[in-house]
Design a protein around this ligand. Structure first.
Ligand code: DAH
Length: 382
């Protein structure tokens, strides 16, 4: 390495002229002041204090100066670099404080906001309605009985005294899962006693199952889903719900049936409610009746009273509920119960219909489509 050049005058080295050093310092200070955030400050730091910055280059020039000139130039550059580093640290602290304050605001948690934004959901009004009805009977001592939805044709029809040619067995009304052996599915048990398999068309087969499972007295209520080959429209759905009641004991009469029906509608719709029976035919009850309940809105006052029309009962005064009757002795016999000793009553009705008139639901499709705008107004009852 060559010796320092004694004749070398630092003032002649462009990069070490005091005004140049000042300019470099001032440019650095201006750049730091102008840096709006920590990233910009990092860029300015590299540009003004990094190895290739003007002040670093100037510092390197000092090495080539003659000894007498080194001290003054070193002091000049050192002071400038000191000022630059100090300004950098100051700006850095300022920008960090700003960032911390901003993060505190941006990431603040409002502890007063509701923490539970996911709605907890609710049970379907058909389920709650079915349970409400079943509860009326459970509180009277009835037991809940359930049966399969995919049911033996024997339970769905034969045990209930539907003859082999009963129209309800037709393919057009019943979903056959499997026809009876060797038949086209339109007849009941064939000569071998082999039963077809259907989607149950009503909850009445649970009557037969309950009687076969228990010794009388039998008091059961059977809620459940049933199927018929109906198109889905405003008043029909191929899948719907029924509730069935069966009481078998010694000495039961139609008066017990009527009293039980009256108690049910009074529990569900109010103390001044009542029912009426109209003769009808069902294979599994004898005698059979259609049961109506008093319109719980107009209480019959809309009948013959054009000034007070009632939408709920179409001013008929009564609302049709379902079917009922005294259990046909042939059903008791088919289920191993002695009809000489025991008698029974039964009834069954649709839950969808009850929901329709109780809550003014006009379109049955609303009940199956699962739109929460339909179910939400029924509330959160569980
Ligand atoms: N199972 C009948 C239906 O679906 C309703 C019914 C009628 C049920 C009379 C009964 C009854 O228990 O006794 O149409």
């Amino acid at each position: 390495m060559s010796a320092p050049n004694k004749s070398y005058d630092p003032v002649e080295v462009e990069a070490l002229k005091p005004e140049e050093i000042e300019r470099m310092r001032d440019e650095a200070l201006a750049a730091f002041a102008a840096a709006g955030d920590l990233d910009a400050l990092q860029e300015a730091k590299v540009a003004h204090t990094g190895g290739a910055s003007p002040l670093a280059l100037a510092n390197r020039e000092i090495g080539a100066l003659p000894p007498h000139a080194k001290a003054a130039a070193g002091k000049l550059v050192g002071q400038a670099r000191g000022a630059v580093n100090k300004a950098l640290a100051g700006r850095q602290a300022e920008l960090e404080a700003e960032r911390d304050a901003r993060v505190l605001v941006e990431e603040a948690v409002d502890v007063t906001l509701p923490h539970d934004r996911v709605p907890p959901g609710a049970r379907h009004p058909l389920t709650t309605m079915m349970e409400r009805v079943a509860d009326v009977f459970v509180s009277m001592g009835y037991e809940i009985a359930e049966g399969p939805e995919v049911e033996a044709e024997w339970f769905n029809f034969d045990a209930l005294n539907f003859g082999p040619d009963h129209p309800a067995r037709q393919m057009q009304d019943t979903f056959f899962v499997q026809g009876p052996k060797g038949a086209d599915g339109s007849k009941g048990a064939d000569s071998d006693g082999e039963s077809g398999v259907v989607l149950r068309t009503h909850t009445s087969p649970v009557q037969a199952r309950a009687l076969l499972d228990r010794e009388p007295p039998v008091y059961v209520v059977c809620p459940g889903r049933v199927y018929r080959t109906d198109e889905l429209d405003a008043t029909h759905t191929p899948v719907f719900h029924q509730i069935e009641l069966l009481a078998v004991d010694e000495g039961l009469t139609m008066a017990d049936l009527k009293g039980t029906l009256d108690h049910m509608v009074q529990s569900l719709f109010g103390a001044d409610m009542k029912t009426r029976l109209r003769p009808n035919y069902f294979p599994f009850t004898e005698p059979s009746a259609e049961m109506d309940m008093l319109c719980y809105v107009c209480k019959g006052e809309s009948v013959g009273n054009p000034d007070r029309p009632c939408r709920t009962c179409s001013s008929e005064g009564w609302i049709e509920l379902g079917g009922c009757g005294m259990v046909n002795p042939r059903v008791l016999t088919a289920c191993g119960v002695d009809p000489e000793k025991y008698s029974g009553f039964a009834f069954g009705f649709g839950i969808e219909r009850m929901l329709m008139f109780r809550h003014n639901v006009e379109d049955m499709r609303d009940m199956v489509e699962g739109d929460v705008r339909f179910t939400r107004p029924f509330g959160m009852e569980i």
